[in-house]
Design a protein around this ligand. Structure first.
Ligand code: PBG
Length: 329
């Protein structure tokens, strides 16, 4: 006799599959990254990120309204800084009238309920493309933290709901939390890029912001002295636990697909929301393969996002957010 249990009964029709499906993607899952540039009427496609754009503030205003109408409720802001404004200390990052500060206000004016998160790191503002201040062949840790704290207060002052430090300096969450408290921003949250790996998948993002690191006085052209080694797992848990102890409200694993073991492990280990960043290189890979007709874009996009959520992500930062919401609505 055949076994009494036949697992295929639960797969026999689309309806039963819907009924027993364990993981569902909704617009509420997404954090939408936006790239902001100076100017008016600017909407330029990023060559290594097909159908993704750098936008000036007038376009950003329209875009956030569109996102809100689609059911998306959170954005993550990045700015492309003109070369002339870059220096080693990222001074432009704390300009109260800088592009990031104006972008925050633009989004909040256009769409007050849209949750605004801001990238906090020196690289787009740094003449060397590094996330910290460069001196004596090193990336300075504690001095960088002071700038990150000022930057966070500046973003909070402009109206950011959450700051998202993506730099991987030691102790920056505590420094930022204390600075926010001192300035009265007790309700401004911190989403920490806690387990951020030194990944080759960030290439297209660095094209988008013209922020690739350069080699300078014994400092190599990579971020391996501050971002994590891809080979490590226990270190991800330690980094994440420390960020929570220092005051992070949300923690993040980055990149996504190649690190889903880490996502599951962190999800099992901690009790705060876990975000995952499906990064630019992951987006570029699928767009390129789909352009060649080698992969079915929508099916692979859905499969990858399901995998990220199934692994334990509560929040997904993804360049596919709009494509995905269109697909499911
Ligand atoms: C800045 C930052 C990076 C990304 C997010 N914030 C680049 C980097 O660390 O070099 C990458 C995002 C992506 O690739 O989509 N520190």
């Amino acid at each position: 006799m055949y076994p009494l249990i036949r697992n295929r009964r639960l797969r026999a029709s689309a309806s039963i599959r819907r009924l027993v499906r364990e993981t569902i993607i909704t617009p509420d899952d997404f954090l939408v990254p936006l790239f902001v540039v100076e100017g008016k009427g600017v909407k330029e496609e990023i060559p290594s990120m097909p159908n993704y754009y750098r936008m000036s503030l007038d376009h950003i205003e329209k875009e956030v309204k569109t996102l809100w109408d689609m059911g998306l409720c959170a954005v993550l802001l990045f700015v492309k800084v003109p070369d002339g404004l870059k220096d080693n200390k990222g001074s432009e990052a704390i300009n109260p009238d800088g592009l990031m500060q104006r972008a925050i206000k633009t989004v909040k004016n256009a769409c007050p309920e849209m949750l605004v998160m801001t990238d906090v790191a020196l690289d787009p503002f740094s003449s060397y493309g590094h996330d910290g201040i460069v001196a004596d062949g090193q990336i300075l840790n504690d001095e960088t933290n002071e700038v990150l704290a000022e930057m966070s207060v500046s973003h909070a002052t402009a109206g950011a709901d959450f700051v998202a430090p993506s730099d991987m300096m030691d102790g920056r969450i505590l420094t930022i939390r204390e600075a926010l408290e001192d300035e009265g921003f007790t309700n401004t949250g911190i989403m920490s890029y806690s387990a951020k790996y030194a990944s080759a998948f960030y290439g297209p993002f660095r094209d988008a912001l013209d922020s690739a690191p350069v080699a300078i006085k014994n400092v190599p052209k990579d971020k391996k002295t501050y971002q994590m080694d891809s080979a490590n797992r226990f270190e991800a848990i330690r980094e994440t636990q420390m960020d929570i102890d220092e005051g992070a409200d949300i923690v993040m694993v980055k990149p996504g697909l190649a690190y889903l073991d880490i996502v599951r492990e962190i999800r099992n280990e901690v009790d705060v929301p876990v975000a995952v960043y499906q990064v630019s290189g992951e987006y570029a890979m699928l767009k390129a393969a789909a352009e060649k007709g080698w992969l079915d874009h929508d099916a692979v996009m859905l499969e990858q996002l399901l995998a990220i959520k199934r692994a334990g992500a509560n929040i997904i930062a993804s360049y596919f957010a709009k494509d995905m919401v269109k697909l499911i609505s």
